[in-house]
Write a protein that binds this ligand. Structure first.
Ligand code: SF4
Length: 146
């Protein structure tokens, strides 16, 4: 299978604070498959490190309150082209770009709420199945073809 994956989940240090979120369990499950790494925020041209971003009222803001929705949307659309023939994607939960079930509430106080990141929403609108790193059982079933 061809699977899109948030680059930070593979160990790339592309998060806003220069860290990664390597997930060994996930990578073990996916090791026989072709992985296409994407990072919508890096593709949008944001540096590492960068300000943290959160979604508020459907727009994306930096921690200094700059509306960066347009710039991030451009990165998301470029990433969509990279993964549009993938069987599914696995994205990093709670990110304003990649969050699958949860995002932060836009107040920069660390409070998660239900919602999709901007890139996740774009994938779903284009019919691409999306899982988070926490959907391990579903990913196992999907890769086993059951
Ligand atoms: S935008 Fe996505 S891939 Fe990039 S660091 Fe954030 S969660 Fe990871």
């Amino acid at each position: 299978m061809k699977i899109g994956i948030s680059a930070c989940l593979t160990g790339d240090k592309v998060r806003y604070d220069g860290t990664d979120k390597r997930n060994s369990e996930l990578l073990k499950i996916l090791k026989e498959h072709e992985l296409i790494k994407i990072c919508p925020e890096m593709t949008a041209g944001f540096p590492v490190p960068r300000e943290s971003l959160e979604i508020r009222n459907g727009r994306v803001y930096s921690s200094s309150d700059e509306d960066i929705t347009k710039k991030l949307n451009e990165g998301a659309h470029k990433c969509l082209k990279m993964i549009q023939d993938c069987d599914f994607v696995v994205l990093k939960e709670k990110s304003p770009s990649c969050g699958v079930h949860l995002i932060y509430d836009g107040t920069f106080s660390g409070k998660p709420i239900e919602g999709h990141g901007l890139f996740t929403r774009l994938c779903l609108e284009n019919g691409i199945p999306v899982y988070s790193e926490n959907d391990i059982e579903e990913i196992k079933r999907k890769t086993a073809g059951t």
